[in-house]
Design a protein. Sequence first.
Length: 247
Amino acid sequence: MSDFWEERGKLDGILSVEPCADEADRKKEEKFRRQLLAWTTTLMQREQLLPANHLLDLGCGFGDIAAHLAPHCAKITMVDGSSSMIEQARATMGRTSHPSWTGAQSDLATFDAIDADVDLVYLGAVCMYLTEDEYAGLIARIAASGSRTVTIVQREYVAMNGGWTGTTEKGDYRSYRRAAGTYLELAARAGFTCSLLRYSSDMDIDRALRALGPVGRGLASVIRPIGRVARRGKKEGSSTFVLRRTR
Ligand SMILES: C[S@@+](CC[C@H](N)C(=O)[O-])C[C@H]1O[C@@H](n2cnc3c(N)ncnc32)[C@H](O)[C@@H]1O
């Protein structure tokens, strides 16, 4: 595992784990994190993925997403390649009263310890650190294991509207910028179909519409298409997609 993630996992209580996060503006980061967790949970509820039997959080970072989803999951397994990250994730889950969870250190390039009762997999900003072959291998192992019906919720920083794709390398840090479609194609080869694709701008629009209450519900059909048009100018951004497979 790269020193980058080992060192990052030693940072005390930094909620955001994105390398580009502005750590100086902690309040802003905490707010963003709260919004992301709430939005992800709502999205999972709308997709009828919660309550889940066994959540597998791969590349769990500090464990705040697993802890947030804990009330909705009977069992939770957190996995991260970095020993310092998984240590913090265990401490985060330890502060919940959840009765059935584990945290394991493992590299997702080879990870295959997927229990037969796993029905929900969360991949949060982690596959952008895997090669295409490593991603395809992981998705195929998820498809072959887990429950008969397994759903992956994946959040990834992606290229949009023909924006730059390629590899960023700094020391032993390496990340891959891909279009969301590349992930969907690779997942399709393992039998997954995409039932939902959302961008972070949708999160902002959802929040604004909710704040407007009944007025927002009335305006949704006008505001959402405007949001889609505005997004056409963006070359990169965060996307969340839902991948489903039934054996
Ligand atoms: C950007 S953070 C995302 C953390 C969390 N999932 C989230 O959504 O905020 C990426 C995490 O993936 C882990 N990671 C990166 N490459 C990995 C690999 N090959 N195997 C396992 N974990 C990896 C890092 O240690 C880090 O905790």
